[in-house]
Design a protein around this ligand. Structure first.
Ligand code: PAF
Length: 281
């Protein structure tokens, strides 16, 4: 496995790879890697001749400076995990390498990016599209891998690829959970053991709401989740929306769509956690 910090060195290497007729997979990450990322890398390794993992905490997608400062940075441990999982190249550039000047590009995919995370984290998806589009232009992968935990991000990236247009296949990968259901996230590292226990209530509630939803209306199921989280010690609900999985717009009845997903964001102390559950589709 080779580590690159500059765009030109990585591109030189990939040019040689491409000349040999090899396919390239890309797994964009912000580092602090865990088994969820490992599952993306494993899938990418199976489906491509070489795999590039970007490890870059992208400042333009943070609307909260404190969150950016506190984001864990663990490049050495990340490289170990990546090597064990068969990655070919790690791209860990500096902020100056990626943004030698302010990126003024504006990406707008309304109404996909105006709801949920788009509403609560203004500018977040613009920053995500800035970095992901740069990575696509730098690496020119055949396929790129993203986790379904960031459900809205995945939908927006698919739309960006469609509109840009990039000739890249976007592969969505299922959420990886701990044995007790907690969705893996780099932010979990910031939870105390007491908070980790409290955070478990998020996935528990989502799972039980699937059962609840079978015999109750969509509106009652939404209230069920909201009430359970609001009653849970240590948790503060930011939003829970039940949406059409393609348009991300809220639905009112179970019959409104064939693809229905519940998306939730909860603060556990200062740590902002997201999760989702598929009800239909
Ligand atoms: O999902 C993430 O970790 C980030 O949003 C991504 C896609 C790597 C862009 O910085």
């Amino acid at each position: 496995m080779k580590l690159f910090q500059t765009i030109s060195e990585l591109r030189n290497e990939l040019e040689a790879v491409r000349k040999q007729g090899k396919t390239i997979g890309l797994v964009p990450t912000m580092g602090a890697l865990h088994e969820g990322h490992a599952s993306l890398v494993k899938k990418a390794v199976k489906e491509n001749d070489v795999v590039v993992i970007s490890d870059f905490v992208n400042p333009t997608q943070f609307n909260d400076k404190n969150d950016l400062l506190k984001y864990p940075r663990t490049l050495e441990a990340d490289c170990k995990l990546l090597e064990e999982n068969g990655a070919s190249y790690v791209f860990a550039p500096s902020v100056e390498e990626i943004y030698p000047e302010t990126d003024t590009r504006q990406f707008s995919y309304a109404p996909l990016d105006t709801v949920m995370e788009g509403k609560y984290r203004p500018g977040h998806f613009n920053g995500v599209c800035q970095i992901v589009s740069k990575l696509f232009l730098i690496v020119e992968p055949d396929k790129a891998y993203f986790g379904e935990k960031d459900f809205q991000q995945l939908a927006i990236i698919r739309e960006m690829v469609r509109q840009y247009p990039f000739n890249i296949e976007i592969v969505g990968c299922p959420i990886v959970r701990e044995h007790d259901g907690l969705a893996l996230s780099s932010r979990n590292a910031r939870l105390s053991s007491e908070q980790r226990n409290q955070a478990l209530q998020i996935s528990k509630t989502l799972f039980s709401s699937c059962e609840f939803g079978k015999s109750h209306s969509l509106a009652d199921t939404k209230s069920y989740v909201e009430n359970k989280i609001e009653e849970s010690e240590g948790l503060r609900l930011e939003y829970f929306e039940i949406v059409d999985g393609n348009t991300l717009q809220t639905v009112s009845n179970w019959d409104d769509s064939d693809y229905i997903v519940g998306c939730i964001t909860v603060f556990c102390g200062e740590v902002r956690l997201i999760d989702n559950i598929k009800y239909k589709g």
